[in-house]
Design a protein around this ligand. Sequence first.
Ligand SMILES: [Fe+2]
Length: 213
Amino acid sequence: MTLDVRMFTVGMVQENAYLVRPEGGQRAVMIDPGDEADRLLHPLQELGVELEAILLTHTHFDHVGAVAPVAKATGAPVYCPKLEVGVLADIMAFVPWQGFGPFESYDADETIEGGETLELAGMTFDVRFTPGHSPGHVTFAVEDALFSGDVLFEGSVGRTDLPGGDWPTLAMSIQALLDEYGDETRVFPGHMGPTTLGRERATNPFLADLTRS
Ligand SMILES: [Fe+2]
């Protein structure tokens, strides 16, 4: 199956939200609607697709700021990491800097913690537990792609200085992805541009210690 992946970079923190569906499909999944709900809802109308689910890699405000308005407008259920439902339910209490928001809180419809297989919109998503950037962080694997939130970036990795962050834990999460998926696997991250596991394995300085072993 060929995926149709559309990336929308939204909000002051320039977070990547993704609209994913099988090519030509009438149903879609949205990953990490971080801000600018109108900009994310518009393509659904334009493409004539129905949103079947909203998947969250983690609940930092820049990834979930538009969850409530998108969920309410579409009726799509929200799948949230189990360890972080309390953050989604009280977003503004966890916005660490002033000047962002206000964002609307949301009570998750479904929880995920890694190990699940989700059949959504004609696609199969494997949920992988990838903590280290945040305590409940998950990565979604579908076809030849990883939607990895703030685990791995082009030439960089997710920060580990926020509450619940931890570099050895994040390193283990990245190692597990490198062990499981091949070099050709496409990586759609929460910030900056898409990359591949092979490219990061070969050039990402943060992974040098991991790939040497
Ligand atoms: Fe984050």
